[in-house]
Design a binder for this molecule. Structure first.
Ligand code: NI
Length: 182
C-alpha cells in the first residue's frame, strides 16, 4: 500500500522517535508499504517519520541512482533501531534532496564514512561501515529519526535562500508527483 509522504511543516517530521520492539507491530508489512511508497516516489531513502510514524526505522534503495552512483544500485535494506557509532573526521559535500521537501536540493557537508549499529528486518543486530554516497543516504535518513531535515544543516545564507520555498511547502502551496500529506 502506498502511504502518503508527510511534507515539511508536518509535526511528525520533528517528533522524537522511539525504538521498535519485536511483536509491537507488523514490521514486515510496514517495511513493504514503505518500500512501495519509496519506489512510487522514485526516492533513495524513506524514514518512518516521513509516513507519520515516530519509530526508529528507515529504508534505503539505491535502484534509482544507477548512472550517478553505480555502487549504490544494489544498496537496498532496512535499518531498525540504528545508532551511528563512528563518524570520520573527513567530510564531503553532496547535493541532497528529500521527498518531504519537494523542489529543494542543496549541498550538505557530512562525514565521508560512518559506522552504524542497527537491526535488520528480522531484528538481527548488525554493524556496518559505509562510505561515499551510501554513507550519505544513511546519514540523511538517520537525521529524520532525530527530527532533522537536511536544510537544518545548510549554511545560513543558503537557508535564507530556500526559506520561501520551505514556507510554501509548509503552507501546502507545492506540488509533488507522489501522494503526500501537507
Ligand atoms: Ni529525507
Amino acid at each position: 500500500m502506498i502511504l502518503p509522504i508527510y511534507l515539511y511543516g508536518q509535526a511528525a517530521l520533528r517528533k522524537p522517535t522511539e525504538d521498535v520492539v519485536p511483536g509491537e507491530m507488523d514490521v514486515k508489512e510496514l517495511l513493504a508499504n514503505m518500500q512501495e511508497t519509496l519506489t512510487a516516489a522514485e526516492g533513495c531513502g524513506l524514514a518512518a517519520p516521513q509516513v507519520g510514524l515516530s519509530k526508529r526505522i528507515f529504508i534505503v534503495d539505491g535502484t534509482e541512482l544507477g548512472e550517478d552512483y553505480p555502487d549504490c544500485v544494489d544498496f537496498k535494506q532496512a535499518f531498525l533501531n540504528p545508532e551511528i557509532i563512528e563518524e570520520s573526521e573527513e567530510t564531503v559535500s553532496y547535493s541532497e534532496g528529500c521527498l518531504s521537501l519537494p523542489g529543494i536540493s542543496e549541498n550538505v557537508v557530512r562525514p565521508e564514512t560512518i559506522t552504524i549499529r542497527y537491526q535488520d528486518a528480522d531484528f538481527n543486530w548488525k554493524e556496518e561501515t559505509f562510505s561515499g554516497f551510501k554513507a550519505r543516504i544513511v546519514q540523511h535518513e538517520y537525521d529524520h529519526l532525530e527530527g532533522h531535515v537536511f536544510t537544518d544543516r545548510i549554511s545560513p545564507i543558503r537557508r535564507q535562500f530556500v526559506k520561501g520555498k520551505l514556507t510554501n511547502i509548509a503552507k501546502g502551496k507545492t506540488t509533488a508527483r507522489y501522494r503526500c500529506k501537507r
